[in-house]
Write a protein that binds this ligand. Sequence first.
Ligand code: CP
Length: 312
Amino acid sequence: MKKYTEIKDIPNLNETIKEAILLKMNPYDFQELGKHKTLVMLFFNASLRTRLSTEKAAKNLGMDVMVLNVNDAWQLEFEDGTVMNANTSEHVKEAAQVISQYADIIAVRAFPTLTDKTKDQSEYILKSFKKYATVPIVNMESATTHPLQALADAITITELAEKPKPKVVLSWAPHPKALPQAVANSFVEMMQNLEVDFTITHPKGYELDKNITKETPINHNQKEALKDADFVYVKNWSNFKDYGKVLNQDKNWMMTQDKLGNAKFMHCLPVRRNVVVEDAVLDSENSVVIKQANNRTFAAQIVLKQILEGLK
Ligand code: CP
């Protein structure tokens, strides 16, 4: 693998998922692969799981890790030809090349503004690092996608599926704050590439980008969509059409034990209890959110392993 900025970068998805499950059983088998190699992780935004699981994954492979909270460094400029006489102190052109001298792989987390759709859709932060860095880039959640989360979710579904083609439902949930579409976008794309019966349910007007959902069935009746589900992935996203707005906080969309039935409950975390999902679901045996978070390590580890193998 040359980089992991999008799901399409995985050369063989099914083989990669199988390999990640094997890696989970023997996480220290490739300690020599990462020896004297350094992962630099750049965070423009907060993280708990991505930060710790990606560092653990790199260390499992014998890598050294350096973490930079970018907001603690010089404020970066991304526009070409700007007269930098205001707040930005360093252009990404220099920064990315400098960091590349300290790193064998650079991983970047950069959320959307949720106020400027065109800017967010351009993925200017991730794409600038891809353009100016001289080492492979890993996406730790960008403005529009979260491919490491989606890979961990695919590993979780593959491990827990009790039938060859399980029914998977992505169900929108209410949330008081405007959240990105990234997790939902990548989950949709991942499910389109797995052997699953996949449906999306959300209130009218909460359509995700049609370029991503494509022909995936969308049902605005949550109860109908959830019927006979094996896995229910619950996630809020802010409005995509009326970009970044919170237009609906209907509590009836919260996931309850009654609605979930015997399905497995999935969420990327962090999750707001009794807003997105009721306690009874999260505290039940059907909740697999902790397993999902554990699989973040092995999703990151298989990605880093395949990139390191490509460096040889
Ligand atoms: N799911 C996820 O990406 O968690 P963090 O925001 O804590 O990294």
